[in-house]
Design a binder for this molecule. Structure first.
Ligand code: DQA
Length: 138
């Protein structure tokens, strides 16, 4: 069974409550239950942290064992060379995901330090972006 993990960064624990006009009204926990139901042929895991170093530790921990990483690093996407280095340093392919279309938003969201080392980037499809990322690994 393929092992895939979704890693969500800062403020994504507030999904459902945070800026619902941009990020929607479902909580990630409920959505993750649905994902697990939908993709029964893979072992799907989930980790969220608001702390940059914890995200890096998780990437190191799974990045030599799992088959795929789906990473929404939230605002760290646009700031973190350390997370970019972690993505570059591990073996497991990383798909960068964003719920919103960051290119249609403020210019500081147009830059991603992660994309250059990601296997691919999926953004702007709401929570469906995560489905598309999983499907890309299947
Ligand atoms: C986000 C986009 C980021 O710019 C923002 O900081 C987030 C969420 C998205 O999923 O659309 O926290 O990664």
């Amino acid at each position: 069974m393929k092992k895939i993990i979704i890693i969500n960064g800062p403020n994504l624990n507030l999904l459902g409550k945070r800026e619902p006009e941009i990020y929607g009204t479902s909580s990630f926990k409920d959505f993750f239950k649905e994902l697990k139901q939908t993709y029964k042929t893979i072992e799907l895991h989930y980790f969220q942290s608001n702390i940059e170093g914890e995200l890096i530790n998780k990437l190191h921990e799974v990045g030599f064992q799992y088959d795929g990483i789906i990473l929404n690093a939230g605002a760290y996407t646009h700031t973190s060379i350390a997370i970019a280095d972690a993505v570059k340093g591990i073996e497991t392919p990383v798909i960068e995901v964003h719920i919103s279309n960051v290119h249609a938003r403020e210019s500081f969201r147009h830059k991603s330090y992660l994309s250059a080392n990601a296997k691919g980037v999926i953004l702007g499809f709401g929570l469906k972006s995560y489905h598309l990322a999983i499907q890309s690994f299947l």
